[in-house]
Design a protein around this ligand. Sequence first.
Ligand SMILES: [Zn+2]
Length: 281
Amino acid sequence: MSPNRSRDGRRLSAAVACAALMGGFATSSTARASAPHVVVPGETLWSISAANNLTTRTVAAFNGIAEDAQVVEGQTIQVPTVDEGAVALAGVAPVATAAAAPVATGGSHTVVAAESLSSVAAARGVSLADLAAANGLASDALLIEGTVISVPAPTATAATSASTAGMGHIPSPSGELHLDPAAADSWNAMRDDSLNNYGVDLYPAGPVSAYRTPEQQQELYDLYLSGQGAPANPPGTSTHESGIAVDLADPSMRDMIDQIGSAYGWMGTIPSEWWHVSHGG
Ligand SMILES: [Zn+2]
């Protein structure tokens, strides 16, 4: 694929696209191509993807990098169009295989009755995503007793490379965000209730306002320490990293959750932070 890359950034392209929509699709047939995005401090592959309404997996695949790859300031990430992203995804499925295969030195495992990919992953200290990828399997694939599967070596990033695999999804203006599956289910039910019965939408304030990787939490904590960000917990101590917390976009949303949230297990738990609500607290 050799897209004819434009020099303007993706944000400008998005603005142009909106203008085109408002202008009655006058220019909607104009071929759009991937646009380079230069990473600025505080950004992650996830935040860049979310800002462009793409999944992290899509942008990672398009750039030939791992979904949990760390981007650094000044690095150029190509932001694909939706179509380009789909092509990239189709070409590398399962996405993690290429990255995981070289480190598959952990050995093999013969499946016994009642084992699952996730139970083997937990027992061997590797992420579900890595284990699935090492075997060319979907993370929810069923294991058959007696099958020999390969087990990649545990890595320092095993915990984070699971990233959003197996997580639940909630809608947001920044694109689809992630929560623990039970928390996501109850969030979506609560949101439906709020929307349908009270006319109030509930959504996270930004792309890192629901589930966060430890790296994203570290970035927010660093911003807080430098005086540039809102209060944030040190990495490893935030309920956002467990996928059971959401930072709300507006105080009216908190009012709704104070009214109806308890039926869904959602509530505010930090008195000084109206925006922070968590599940199962
Ligand atoms: Zn929070």
